[in-house]
Structure formats: C-alpha cells, structure tokens
Design a protein around this ligand. Structure first.
Ligand code: AMP
Ligand code: ZN
Length: 467
C-alpha cells in the first residue's frame, strides 16, 4: 500500500504523514466570516479539507475535524485597522448582528451540503469561546508577550524569536524598513490585536464583552488558537486554510498558541490551498454577476458538477474559473454519471477482487498529496478498460467515490432525463416565440448554449444537438 504524503507549508516539503495518535487524526480548518454569502471561490477551502478528510478515511484513519465560524472580530483590513466585518454588515443590512451571523452560517452550510462536503465532527463559533480567548490573552500578558495601546491589547512579535517561521518572515529586515506612523501605536508593524476596545464614540457595537482590560471584542487570530486548543488539544495533526492565511492569520495563530501553551510545534502539518481565479466571469454580488453555488444552479450547473470541476485541479495550483470550463466539467461529470448508471444496472461486484492495478494507482494518486487530477485519470481509464467486467468496475467506482464524493451510487440523472429537460425548455421557448416574448426565448437559447446544447430552427421545427 502506498504511503500518504502531504505537503507541509512549515517545511515546504512533501512529508510522509504520521498521525500523532495512531488511530485518530485531528484537523482544524479555518472557516468563513459569516457577514455575507460565500462565493464559489470561498468553497474551495472546504472542498479541499473534505478531500483531505476523505483521503484519511480511505487510508483507514478515524478523523476528528473541526471547522469554525467567525462571527466576530474579523476586521475589514487584516492589519488591525478598519471595521469589524460583522458589525458593518449588520449596520448596512439593518439586521440584528446575530441574525446576520445565523443567516449566512445557514446558507454556507447548505452550500457545503450541496457540494457533499462531509459535515465536520465539530462546528464551533468564535462568540461561544470568549472566556477561552480572554484566558489565553491573560496568560500571554502574564508571560510578557503583550502591551496595551489606546485601542486594544497587542501581541509583541519581538518577544517571540520563532515569529513568522511558517511564512519565512524575517523580522529584522521588516524592522529595518519599517515606518511606524503616528496613527498606530503599534511598536512593530507585525504586532497584532488580541483584544480591541469598544469605541467610545460613534455607533455602539452590537457584540462586546467585559474583559480584564475593558469592554471590547477579541481579535480575529485568537479565536482560532482558542477553538483549536479547546476542541483538539495541542499539538494536533493538521491545520488547513487558504494561502492568504499563511503570512498573517496562521503566523499569528502559531505565535499565540505556542507561547501561551508552551507546545512547539502546536500543529504538525500546515496545509494551504491556492485560489480560484475568475476570467471573463463577473463575480460580484453588487453588480449581480455569478456569485454563489445557487447562481451556478441558475445557469444550469449542478453543484456536483461544480465539485467535479474542483476535482480537476490540484489544490496547490491556482484554478481558473470560466463559464466554458465549468460547462465542460459538467459534460464530463454527466458522462461519468452515465457510466455509473450503466455499471450500477449490472449489480454489485466485489471491491476486493483483483482490479488490474486500478485501485493501487488510484490510492497512490490520492496519497501523493491529494493528487485528484491524477486519480480522476485513473477513474476514466478504469471505466473504459475492456479488461474488467461491469460488476468489478462498479465495485471500484463506488470505492473511489468514497474520496471523489460525487454520490455516484445515488446519481439522480436517469438516462434520458437530461434530454427530456432539453425538450421541455424547447417547448417553452416555442411558446414564448409564439407569444412574441423574444427576451424569454433568447434567454432559454442562451441557457442551453451554456450547457453545450445548440438549437437549429427550421420550417420543420426546432432540433438540438450537442456542441
Ligand atoms: P473572504 O470572506 O473573502 O475573506 O474569504 C474567506 C476565505 O476563503 C479566504 O480567507 C480564503 O482562504 C478563501 N478564498 C477567498 N477567495 C477565494 C478564491 N477566489 N479561491 C479560493 N479560496 C478563496
Ligand atoms: Zn482561523
């Protein structure tokens, strides 16, 4: 059996994965700030964490996975200035801040479910862990890592000789080039807020708590240190997040956790996924472009086709989103579903039967730092090979789907169903044209075209074909 190797941002190397506890792997994933809808790019971190968890389960480990929800303390600027995103969203929407948090948390979880992201073993939120955060700050203060300014309690990075190792930050070079402006009372630009005081002027905050330092709210970084320690204990195995978290959020988490609890390293493996880039696609809530998984559904893209799209790129590579790319992914996904339906009809086979090396190759691909594109290539080769019978193939496909998460055993697209959907839309378009509703007629044509269906009108009616 192949060894599981994972790329560790801490060492900048692929390392053989060895859990701290031979039975249970403990993972913490930084979750979203729930001030708004999560856009389709925001889904990638959780899909990546899901693939990691499924790969560990495939390797026979038990997993305890924690995802947090940030419902306080994330400022609009990561450098401790700007407003709390949650307070701002509440003010702008006119909603109560707790309702804002509840609404966007529910929408986020519903989207994860549509994408078949396995629910974590623990959901936790920052506002449920205020005492733990205050206690950590108190310990850090006692150990001399903090100082106070007019607007809060700050972590003094110069007190931590190991500061910034994850991001290869060289504090001496930063300090040399630094200019501390008159506005900030921070001693060093990398110092960061542990606790912020509620403003004494202007609009009152909706979320604030008493603390030994005055009424206020916790900084963004301390919540993840407190929650990961509370739910996993230190050290734990794997911490995940987007690459944008490396230089600030995760570096600061390490500084807090290691100095507060004296556990070094506090996390053995740090894993970060790259961003999705958007080319030629308007992705903006304010201008009404494509934004959420729901928007994808509106344009005829099934959530699992989007999942399939995400499987097509390695998590450490940027992935470009275009309308075309996601439509192509949907076509391929549906092809795979059709294979699954054909194979499923032949009955269940034995997953442990000799399988022409396909299982080993699939396993080797996912164990090579979650190389899903490679694993998918093995899947296609397997479903097409003349060397295996349909029952063996179905057994293998179901086995692989434990990692792919495409719900192939439950695939709902029955043969002919897609074609029937197209016919219904064509009929609706004909009715619209008969009623001179050309806007609707054009909309339907465009919708089908996005799905790769081309219409040809003639005196004998409308025919369609795949592009
Ligand atoms: P935000 O709410 O914009 O701070 O995003 C929340 C998290 O989602 C970020 O910290 C990133 O790790 C991740 N993220 C945001 N945009 C993208 C993207 N385009 N692709 C992948 N991940 C993203
Ligand atoms: Zn975090």
């Amino acid at each position: 059996m192949s060894e599981l190797c994972l790329y560790n941002t801490l060492s900048r190397k692929k390392e053989r994965f060895e859990p701290l506890d031979s039975e249970l792997v403990r993972i913490y994933s930084c979750g979203p700030t729930v001030y708004s809808y999560q856009h389709i790019g925001n889904m990638r971190p959780y899909l990546f964490a899901d693939l990691l968890k499924r790969t560990l389960l495939y390797n026979g480990y038990r997993v305890r996975h924690v995802i947090n929800v940030t419902d306080v303390g994330h400022l609009t600027d990561d450098a401790d200035s700007g407003e709390d995103k949650m307070e701002l969203a509440a003010r702008e929407s006119g909603m109560d801040i707790w309702q804002v948090a509840e609404k966007y948390t529910a929408l986020y979880k519903a989207d994860l479910e549509k994408l078949r992201v396995l629910p974590p073993d623990v959901w936790c939120k920052a506002t449920d862990h205020i005492p733990q955060q205050i206690e950590m700050i108190r310990v850090l203060e006692e150990k001399g890592f903090t100082y106070s300014t007019d607007d809060g309690i700050y972590f003094d990075v110069s007190k931590d000789p190991g500061y910034g190792r994850l991001a290869r930050i060289d504090l001496s070079s930063l300090r040399a080039g630094e200019r501390i402006d008159g506005v900030s009372q921070k001693r060093h630009s990398a110092d960061f807020a542990l606790w912020k005081f509620s403003p004494t002027e202007g609009a009152a905050r909706q979320m604030e708590w008493q603390s030994p330092w005055g009424v206020g709210f916790p900084g963004w970084h301390i919540e993840c240190s407190a929650m990961s320690q509370a739910h996993l204990g230190l050290p734990f195995d794997i911490h995940t997040g987007g690459v944008d978290h490396v230089p600030v959020h995760h570096v600061n988490e390490i500084a807090q956790s290691e100095n507060c609890f004296d556990v070094r390293p506090c996390v053995r493996t740090w894993m970060h996924e790259e961003f999705i880039t958007f080319e030629g696609v308007k992705i903006s809530k304010s201008t009404g472009g494509l934004y959420t998984v729901g928007d994808l559904e509106q344009m005829g893209i099934e959530p699992l086709a989007f999942r399939f799209f995400l499987l097509g790129a390695h998590y450490r590579q940027q992935q470009m989103f275009t309308d075309n790319a996601v439509v192509q992914a949907q076509t391929a996904y549906r092809r795979l579903v059709r294979h699954a339906l054909d194979l499923r009809a032949s009955g269940d086979g034995n997953a442990a039967a000799p399988a022409g090396g396909f299982r080993d190759r699939f396993h080797a691909a996912i164990n090579d730092d979650l190389n899903l594109p490679q694993a998918l290539a093995v899947v296609w080769e397997m479903v097409r090979t003349p060397d295996l019978g349909p029952r063996e193939k179905w057994a293998l496909l179901r086995d692989f789907d434990r990692v792919l998460g495409l719900d192939l055993a439950e695939a709902r697209i029955e043969r002919g169903e897609i074609d029937a959907e197209i016919e219904v839309l064509i009929e609706e378009r004909n009715r619209a044209r008969a009623n001179s509703d050309f806007a609707r007629a054009d909309e339907i044509r465009d919708q089908l075209e996005v799905q790769g269906i081309l219409l040809e009108d003639s005196s004998r009616g409308t025919r369609w074909r795949r592009a």
